[in-house]
Design a binder for this molecule. Structure first.
Ligand SMILES: *Cc1c(COP(=O)(O)O)cnc(C)c1O
Length: 455
């Protein structure tokens, strides 16, 4: 890309580019940060500053930046077959080969995948497929999908409706009909009066209450992220998912795991459902599938559903021009090959995950930190106003933003969800880089505490 001064980029940016999830006017006043290149776990901005990317881009660059293997594969595929569709009885080797590999990699109930370009589109696809399934099962009244408050399932009409973010529902007439939300399994906020194990059961039983309230003959499916990511890295107690699965089976409703963040190694298993020990009927995949080198999402469809769609379904009237795009699929295949070759998932499970978690928990002694939690290479710090009494801040979110800005200024990307600070670094991060991350995080907590007069 041609070179311009940072100020020129910022000026052009504010004139022409509407960013996602952004207050356009506030950003124009402040000027955006221009990222120009990246290598390994580091970003570089237009001023040449190095920034440790504690968020893997947006939870996706699992194999790290600057992997030439992926660039080579993409170039080769573009020369050979840059595009063909799969609509009219056609297919191409990259999509077929990736499908075979995903069938092998995912839990045994999955043999088939439907491709999309994103996690949002994959969740839209699931809404249609789940309702179609129940139509074909002669139970057309089963149209309600139960999700959770503060869930994130994307930004399309169905994705944002499945999500439980009130700020998103407030814009554009959401949620769409027949999507409802129950409590999220957030022990620190909702359950601190009881043990995590007891709270996990209590939170799961909200599902039963909702099913009984609606009438089970109306409920199609339950959807959840194994660990809620954008909602604040909410890690449910171990008792939660097995109880959710039991309730779903009791009422015969479909169980959907949105694995867009947890999938592809984040927890130290290939998929989050394997970490928590449950067997979903659908899995949403995206982000880590290509490590972000190409846009690609998909729906893993279990045999329970696929068999009915195939046997009785006829045409499934749904799909995208780029469904199974050959370049994206070729890049995904190479990404998975690298993950296997470098044993990145095992590394998260046995080596770098435990190391990060041990060092991350050292931050628990900081006066601003009320709780530290994490699994594998995902973690959160709950910032509080009064450590002893675990009192949350009155103006929720302000402190998180102060801390996030200190992080950027000090060469670290750490995200804030309200006053919860979040990390999800690339799976290739080294121990020295983890040390750097912890040291920078502590310094930024100190700066934040000084700003707001805590500690
Ligand atoms: C990011 C995300 C999505 C949406 O994916 P997009 O590719 O941004 O549409 C869906 N679910 C979860 C859990 C996510 O984190």
């Amino acid at each position: 890309m041609n070179k311009r001064a940072t100020r020129d980029w910022q000026e052009l940016d504010s004139q022409h580019y509407l960013h996602p999830f952004t207050d356009f006017r506030a950003l124009a006043a402040e000027g955006s940060r221009i990222i120009t290149r990246a290598e390994g776990v580091y970003l570089y901005d237009s001023e040449g500053r190095q920034i440790l990317d504690g968020m893997s881009g947006l939870w996706c660059v699992n194999i790290g930046y600057g992997r030439n293997e992926l660039a080579d594969v993409a170039a080769r595929q573009m020369r050979e077959l840059p595009f063909y569709n799969s609509f009219f009885k056609s297919a191409h080797p990259p999509a077929i080969e990736l499908s075979r590999q995903l069938a092998e990699l995912t839990p045994p109930q999955f043999k088939r995948v439907f491709y999309t370009n994103s996690g949002s589109e994959a969740n839209d696809t699931i809404v249609r497929m789940a309702r179609r399934y129940w139509d074909l099962m002669d139970q057309p009244k089963r149209s309600v999908i139960i999700s959770r408050i503060n869930a994130y399932h994307g930004s399309t009409m169905a994705g944002a409706s499945l999500g439980g973010m009130s700020a998103m529902h407030a814009q554009g007439g959401l949620p769409i009909p027949d999507i409802v939300h129950i409590e999220q399994p957030y022990w620190y906020e909702n359950g601190i009066d009881v043990s995590p194990a007891e709270y996990g059961l209590r939170a799961a039983r909200r599902l039963r209450e909702k099913i009984e309230e609606l009438g089970s003959e109306r409920v199609a499916a339950f959807i959840g992220e194994p660990i809620q990511g954008a909602g604040g890295v909410i890690i449910p107690p171990d008792t939660y998912w097995p109880e959710i699965q039991r309730i779903c089976r009791e009422y015969g409703i479909l169980l959907i795991a949105d694995e867009v963040i947890c999938g592809f190694g984040r927890t130290g298993r290939w998929f989050g459902c394997e970490h928590f020990g449950f067997e979903p009927d659908f899995m949403t995949i995206a982000k880590g599938l290509t490590s972000g080198y190409q846009p690609l999402g998909g729906v893993m469809v279990s045999d329970r559903v696929a068999d009915v769609l195939i046997e009785k379904g006829g045409d499934f009237n749904h799909g995208f021009t780029w469904s199974g795009h050959p370049v994206a699929c070729a890049v995904a295949i190479e990404n998975l090959a690298i993950m296997r070759r470098e044993r990145l998932v095992e590394r998260v499970q046995e080596d770098i995950g435990p190391y990060l978690q041990r060092r991350w928990r050292e931050l628990a002694d900081h006066p601003l930190v009320g709780e530290v939690r994490g699994v594998g290479l995902i973690g959160a710090l709950e910032l509080v106003a009064h450590k002893g009494s675990k009192t949350l801040f009155r103006n929720r979110g302000d402190t998180g933003l102060i801390c996030r800005d200190h992080c950027f200024a000090n060469g670290l990307v750490m995200r804030a969800t309200r006053d919860t600070m979040i990390i999800a670094p690339p799976l290739v991060i080294t121990k020295e880089q983890v040390d750097e991350l912890i040291e920078k995080a502590r310094r930024c907590l100190d700066l934040t505490a000084a700003d707001i007069g805590v500690g």
